[in-house]
Write a protein that binds this ligand. Structure first.
Ligand code: NAD
Length: 273
């Protein structure tokens, strides 16, 4: 069963490649392996330059979503460059200002919260709106959320509520686009990964290793596993899924009472049996 996902020949815009570890890059690479044409959108000229080798010969556009109207310009440029129809959009963009290190949630500053919301959540609305006339009637839009909106990791801080807004935004877009199309909007709810975005979270390495212990299989989630779920959502094979979140967390969200974790917490002096 070759080309099970039917992505060959499709054109898909991927926003958010920063480097080889980016979720966006792993998605883009898999899409290209599946025969899709990927159109890239990166944050800045400097980023484009740093990606010169990785993205050599591919269509790369620049769009800083913090800038008002930047996404509208991007859509125009993509169209003018000879990509009048897109079968999918990948929104893999987020930013939070952790420059001041760990702060408790109630100390969040308004400017940080609003900036992170504009970049990490509202940009999905702007992308959907700007690309509305380029999207195929049955196109698929995928964004990358987190595996659980119910947990409250201290060091993740205000990005928790902003990811909740992203997930709800995706669902509302699914509803509003249903008035004139069958464009679908879904979220991949990813568990902790090793990327440059996560490296900026204060104390992330410990959180990542802890999350690995919480997986049922005791092996960390890989970015490729998250990318595979994104490819499924981008493909017509997921046509029945809309306005939903596909959780990819290797079970960690259901494993708070794992015997090893309980022992390490309650009896740290006791050796494992
Ligand atoms: P990454 O740093 O590789 O990707 C984040 C991207 O956002 C970068 O390409 C960056 O340039 C882009 N970006 C930031 N500000 C921007 C702006 N103003 N305009 C345009 N682009 C901007 O890290 P990643 O982990 O691949 O992150 C991709 C997505 O995956 C994010 O939404 C992130 O929250 C989500 N995610 C990551 C993890 C993880 O553990 N790494 C877990 C769950 C979800």
């Amino acid at each position: 069963m070759s080309d099970f996902l039917n992505l060959s020949g499709k054109t898909i815009l991927v926003a958010g490649v920063a480097n080889k570890k980016s979720v966006a890059w792993v998605i883009a690479k898999s899409l290209e392996e599946a025969g899709a044409q990927v159109v890239y959108s990166v944050r800045s000229e400097a980023r484009k330059k740093s990606l010169e080798t990785l993205l050599a010969g591919k269509p790369v556009f620049i769009c800083d979503v913090e800038e008002e109207k930047a996404v509208d310009r991007l859509a125009e440029q993509v169209r003018a460059a000879g990509h009048p129809v897109l079968h999918g959009l990948v929104h893999s963009v987020a930013f939070a200002n952790y420059a001041e290190g760990f702060k408790s949630f109630d100390q969040t500053e308004r400017k940080d919260y609003l900036q992170a919301t504009a970049i990490s959540s509202f940009s999905l609305v702007e992308m959907a709106r700007a690309f509305k006339s380029l999207l195929a009637r049955d196109a698929s839009v995928v964004t990358i959320g987190i595996s659980s909106l119910l947990v409250t990791p201290d060091n993740y801080g205000y990005m928790g509520p902003i990811k909740a807004a992203l997930e709800s935004t995706s669902r509302f877009l699914a509803k509003s686009f249903s008035a004139f199309s069958e464009v679908r909007f879904n979220v991949v709810g990813a568990g902790p990964l090793k990327t440059s975005a996560s490296a900026g979270i204060p104390g992330y390495l410990e959180s990542y290793l802890y999350a690995e212990k919480l997986t049922f299989r005791k092996r960390a989630l890989s970015t490729a596993e998250v990318a595979n779920a994104a490819l499924f959502l981008l493909s017509p094979r997921s046509s029945g899924m809309n306005g939903t979140t596909l959780v990819v967390d290797a079970g960690l969200g259901s494993n708070a009472f794992d015997a090893e974790i309980v022992r390490l917490t309650m009896r740290p002096e006791q050796k494992p049996v």
